[in-house]
Ligand binder design. Structure first.
Ligand code: PBG
Length: 324
């Protein structure tokens, strides 16, 4: 047998060599923290199914933001849980609601932080669906009008980015028009363009108190069997005026990230969702997996696949691990 001339292991031997040849970088600057803020809470409330995550009071939200800023995390994505819900989800567009309040406070205190507001009705509707629900169906166009109103209210409060997550058709165009009509040309739209009807959103329903009372979301979110549909949704949202797009969930969609990155020239984010987080935390709590290594590996893999940034519940711990 001839001696081996090519030995890929040579470049894996030394940590410094590994660092020099690493193809993908991950830093706190690639992370966005999703944060829940609940109306009327006096102190933070731990989310049972998501260890280390909380429904925040306005006060604890500020403290959390301070820690994120200190760690170099550039953005937060806000979800609100109102004290009262109704059939039409009217709380989503209440200028005195908990999200506009949170935006104003964060903006005043941390002007460098990118404040993103999730735009959806599901936390605000009594039935838990993402839109206006009538005879077993979510009505598209009336929902789009309600979402546009909510987006405008968040922009009025000072949001840098609005992020519609409802999956209604035509909502990006409607939101862009509503923002422009209110002189919010500078507010960006991060569209959840590619959002699958995923089982991995399970724990989020505890966090945001938005479990549908009947049915599921397959009538508006995408079928995980499809990838061409992802291209179509992404292209449509960009044509309607989205500045950047999200793919969700993240790890089950690495192939989608690769394909979108090859075909599009917009920035792409990935949302590493609640079930991805909780599954790794649960395995770690059993001693079956190392949380830190699994979290950093998954975030690296998501970047390698094509995401410019990740929205992740590990934003704070990961930023800490990276700076240690
Ligand atoms: C609301 C929304 C959901 C998530 C983000 N925005 C839930 C859903 O669509 O059921 C999921 C996030 C997560 O699981 O971490 N439309």
């Amino acid at each position: 047998m001839k001696p081996l001339r090519i030995r890929p292991r040579r470049l894996r031997r030394h940590p410094a060599l590994r660092e020099l040849v690493a193809e993908t970088s991950l830093s706190p600057g690639h992370l966005v923290a999703p944060l829940f803020v609940k109306e009327g809470l006096k102190s933070p409330h731990a989310i049972r199914s998501m260890p280390g995550q909380f429904q925040h009071s306005l006060k604890s939200l500020l403290k959390e933001a301070a820690e994120l800023v200190a760690l170099g995390v550039p953005g937060v994505l806000l979800f609100g849980i109102p004290a009262r819900k109704d059939e039409r989800g009217s709380g989503a567009a209440d200028p005195k609601g908990v999200v506009p309040q949170a935006i104003r406070m964060l903006k005043a205190k941390y002007p460098k932080l990118a404040i993103m507001a999730d735009v959806c009705l599901c936390e605000y509707t009594s039935h838990g669906h993402c839109g206006i629900f009538h005879k077993g169906e979510v009505l598209n166009d009336p929902t789009v009008a309600a979402l546009s109103e909510a987006a405008r209210v968040y922009a009025d409060a000072g949001a840098d980015v609005v992020a519609p997550s409802d999956m209604m058709d035509g909502r990006v165009r409607a939101i862009r028009s509503a923002l422009d009509a209110a002189a919010h040309e500078d507010c960006s739209i991060l569209s959840y363009a590619v959002k699958y009807a995923s089982s991995f959103y399970g724990p989020f329903r505890d966090a945001a108190e938005n479990k549908p009372v009947s049915g599921d979301r397959r009538g508006y979110q995408m079928d995980p069997a499809n990838w061409r549909e992802a291209m179509k949704e992404a292209r449509l949202d960009l044509a309607e005026g989205a500045d950047f797009i999200l793919v969700k969930p993240a790890m089950p969609c690495l192939d989608i990230l690769v394909r979108l990155k090859e075909k599009l020239d917009c920035p792409i984010g990935a949302y590493q969702v609640s079930g991805e987080y909780s599954a790794i935390c649960a395995a770690a709590a059993n001693g079956w997996i190392d949380e830190r290594r699994a979290a950093l590996e998954s975030l690296t893999a998501i970047r390698r696949a094509g995401a410019d940034f990740s929205i992740t519940y590990w934003a704070k711990p990961a930023a800490r691990w990276m700076s240690a």
